[in-house]
Design a protein. Structure first.
Length: 144
């Protein structure tokens, strides 16, 4: 095949737009070092990619999957659920142990659901911020 045209490839990939997308993706793969499946014959990468599609040395379905994968910005991976680890032998609650948020987090394996939190409304927060005073200005801050 001396000259490759889109017409030679249309019977392999019926949609011309998709053919150009696939050939462009394959040309970028070739320029990044992917092995060739046909002889180069002094052709540029897009022509080599079209020749690969026309000669059926590369599957359009495989190219389509690689193109989709290269364009994905988020790939969902199924990871197994974390198993709960049994508590190590140590003082239990009610056996002389002090139940503070720090000890509850370390003794409970880091489970945050056992840590008590104080709830504060927005008004309480604003009242508390009004009572704060700005830090004293130092001489070093004026020079810099």
């Amino acid at each position: 095949m001396a000259r490759v045209t889109v017409e030679d490839c249309v019977d392999k990939v019926e949609n011309r737009f998709e053919l150009i997308l696939l050939a462009g993706h394959r040309a970028r793969m070739i320029s990044s070092g992917a092995p060739l499946t046909v002889d180069r014959d002094r052709d540029k990468n897009p022509v080599v990619a079209l020749r690969e599609v026309a000669d059926e040395t590369i599957s359009p379905d495989d190219l389509r999957e690689q193109l989709i994968h290269s364009m994905q910005s988020y790939v969902e991976v199924d990871e197994p659920e974390a198993e709960t680890v049994p508590m190590l032998n140590g003082p239990q609650a009610g056996e002389g142990a002090v139940d503070t948020p720090a000890t509850a987090a370390t003794a409970g394996g880091g489970d945050d659901s056992e840590v008590p939190f104080d709830r504060m409304s927005e008004e309480d927060l604003l009242r508390g911020l009004e009572g704060l005073q700005p830090p004293a200005k130092r001489d070093e801050d004026d020079q810099g």
